[in-house]
Ligand binder design. Sequence first.
Ligand code: NAI
Length: 413
Amino acid sequence: MASVPPTSFPKDQIKILLLENIHPGAHALFAAEGFQVEALSTALKEKDLVEKIRDVHVIGIRSKTQLRELPIQEAKRLLTIGAFCIGTNQIDLDCANKRGVPVFNAPFSNTRSVAELILAEVIALSRQLGDRSRECHTGVWKKLASGSYEVRGKTLGVIGYGHIGSQIGVIAEMIGMNVIFYDRVTKLPMGNNRPVPSLGELLAHSDFVTLHVPETPQTKNMIGVDELSMMKKGSFLLNASRGTVVVIPALADAIRRGHLAGAAVDVYPEEPEANGEGFKSELQGLPNVLLTPHIGGSTIEAQESIGREVATSLIRFINTGTTTGAVNFPHVDLPPAIGRETHRILNVHKNQPGVLRDINKIVSDKNANIEAQVLATDPNIGYLVMDIGSDVSEDVKQGIASIPASIKTRILY
Ligand code: NAI
């Protein structure tokens, strides 16, 4: 990270609360900055959370802590929230936005892990590894070549050519597969990967179809009876995206009829909340079907990488006000001025006409020179990062904070 001027608020008074066993790599990064870190291994119920969050500046959670309106309202000192995971449904993003609190997550940290699992499964399905292994475990010796193929020269069809889909496309080519992809928007093809114009064309030409789309109204039940019937006889389907994308009874039927030669499924329309027994699926017991418990992104490397990615975003926000990558906030990234002494002020305000004019008037009335100023807005709020030249910044801050539309104002340095 580029060196930044020392913050006006002493770093050792910034309190960070980490819940749910966040990776120690994140603690180390915060500790190196000199922040106070308290780490708990569990989630907190709302009542305890409300108590605990009152005097913290930063909270880090994973998927189990429900950060709803009440705790966010009570957290009067809260500057930012870290979701040390991919999803952010557990956080009231709108409430955080309106209170001027950006939320950061780790969307790319487990991309490689999912891609590797899919590649492993492509080969495993092609050799019926799940079934052969289960037979050997139960004392059955069944050596055969029929129905087993190399993947070299076969066509992999990727639906959703985003971070994961394109990474899979690159790795699959390395083992000699042809890769075609279909995406809702035009994407730059990696290597020799080739786009196709429609879902139907992808389904008709692929030996393996792998899904990497998000959960949206358009992707709900994207692969049902009609789409499965468009797939080649003897082909395979893999889904490690979201459980709602594939109609499970239709998939089970296509396997029972032998239209598909197998499937690998990591995500389900309904998933158990906790580890243990109690998982049911119509796909259980079907031949050459690999079922895994939503482990696509679950690796030690991904956990480490999530810790690093989110902690880095939080530290960058605390030190410089940068909100690039925030999921609920306008994105601003103003590099620190080099070789000039400047004071940085951050202001979050209601997005209404005239606020910038009012702020600039306050600055010019104090005879302060604006060295740099960046404003970004969303429908609710505007986020302004401003570097001014003279040391009247406390004055300017008071003036800006007193504008009725102001939500949060702080002098960074
Ligand atoms: P991404 O946002 O980088 O890529 C998604 C791609 O899908 C984009 O290129 C987008 O344009 C495309 N897309 C969206 N709607 C579409 C439609 N209707 N038709 C065709 N293409 C469409 O997302 P990323 O990071 O690659 O993740 C993909 C999926 O993988 C997500 O659903 C995510 O939740 C899931 N995932 C699953 C994990 C697991 O443990 N199994 C771990 C990580 C992600």
